[in-house]
Design a protein around this ligand. Structure first.
Ligand code: KG4
Ligand code: ZN
Length: 355
């Protein structure tokens, strides 16, 4: 089955053609990073206008690269939510019009589920139960997945997403947007032990995460130690390198210590780490070490599939289509769409934490 995936939930316009949920025939991504860079973050109005310009050429490019024509596509999968409303609507409306015009089935995909499926495109099949850490600019959650398609959120951030924390701290350090890649690069040359930063503990004992205190701790550290942000285009000071390293180490420690605690309790057969922050090699290394301790494999997407893309949406959509799920033309964007569909107590298995 050939699925055309379409993704436009935030600041990437993407289209991909994927065969049987696994084989990527094409995956085209138009990133808006340069458009938003001067503003230090995504400007929703600019994003939706840009999606509108790009969606048609990107879909056509994906088909051309896959060497298929519209008629050969079996179904269309589009990101339905969560995300920015204007951005989501561009993809959803385009996909609906295309499905109607071609007479092909359509399925709406949860963007976060797409990130979960990003690992299925290049790794051995996932064995369930799995534990998935999805870390991006908009989301930071850990899901328990007892079997394919069933999700329970067992940890989430109480405030900022991990990627958002990278972006905000990079801004404080004068490093520009997006923050993750630049902080990772500088952290390689810094000494994390020089800047011990607190890892948040959630007082009610739930295995949740929090990054806003860490951000405040960085701001205080900069102030108390008189560390100036990097001036445009100049070489960062040693102090800035150490802050980048200390901050990254604290984020990785926070994420992996919660993951470890949950994994020890739930004994998953597979660990999944996906989303934009999964590009981070320090996080990958810590997750790989955890996997060795647990004697379970950890799957990451490659870099191209870690940040937002449409191949992961096609892969997730394929599973829904295979299960007979289809959207009708009344389907619309859902900015707060949730990925939590285990409702019955018997489905919960060993999960002790409920949100
Ligand atoms: O998944 P994604 O492309 O978009 C969302 O759905 O949010 O993730 C983008 C986020 C940004 O916050 C960016 O700073 C972060 O992923 N990111 C990284 C790295 N590369 C991207 N964070 C840490 N280290 C990286 N190497
Ligand atoms: Zn994403």
């Amino acid at each position: 089955m050939l699925v055309l995936g379409i993704e436009s939930s935030c600041d990437e316009t993407a289209a991909a053609v994927v065969r049987d949920g696994r084989e990527i025939l094409s995956s085209i991504i138009a990133s808006q990073i340069e458009l938003h860079r001067p503003w230090g973050g995504v400007v929703p109005e600019l994003a939706s206008r840009e999606h509108l310009e790009k969606i048609e050429p990107i879909v056509k490019e994906a088909l051309e690269k896959a060497c298929v024509v519209f008629d050969e596509i079996d179904a269309i999968a589009v990101t339905q939510g969560p995300g920015l409303i204007g951005s989501l609507l561009v993809g959803v409306c385009y996909a609906k019009a295309l499905a109607y015009a071609l007479g092909k089935p359509l399925v709406g995909v949860n963007h976060i589920e797409g990130h979960v499926y990003s690992v299925t495109l290049e790794n051995p099949p996932v064995e369930y139960p799995a534990l998935a850490l999805i870390v991006s600019g908009g989301h930071t959650n850990i899901f328990y997945i007892p079997e394919e398609g069933k999700y329970e959120v067992i940890s989430r951030t109480r405030d900022d997403a991990a990627g958002e924390a990278f972006d905000k701290v990079a801004k404080m350090l004068g490093l520009g947007y997006p923050g993750g890649p630049v902080i990772e690069k500088l952290a390689l040359r810094g000494d994390a032990s020089k800047v011990p930063l607190p890892v948040a503990k959630i007082s009610d004992g739930r295995p949740d995460l929090s990054f806003s205190g860490l951000k405040t701790a960085v701001a205080r550290y900069l102030r108390e130690n008189d560390i100036a942000p990097v001036e445009n285009g100049t070489e960062p000071s040693k102090a800035i390198l150490d802050v980048a390293a200390g901050f990254q180490a604290a984020v990785v420690k926070a994420l992996i210590s919660v993951m470890r605690k949950l994994a020890l309790e739930l004994t998953p057969k597979t660990l999944i780490v996906a989303g934009g922050v999964a590009c981070n090699l320090a996080l990958r290394k810590a997750a790989a070490d955890l996997a060795v301790d647990l004697d379970a494999p950890v799957y990451f997407p490659s870099k191209h599939l870690s940040t937002d893309n449409a191949a992961m949406i096609a892969a997730a959509g394929y599973v829904h289509l295979r299960n007979g799920q289809k959207a009708d033309l009344s389907m619309t964007a859902d900015i707060t769409m949730r990925l939590q569909n285990i409702n019955k107590a018997e489905d919960l298995g060993k999960v002790r934490y409920r949100l």
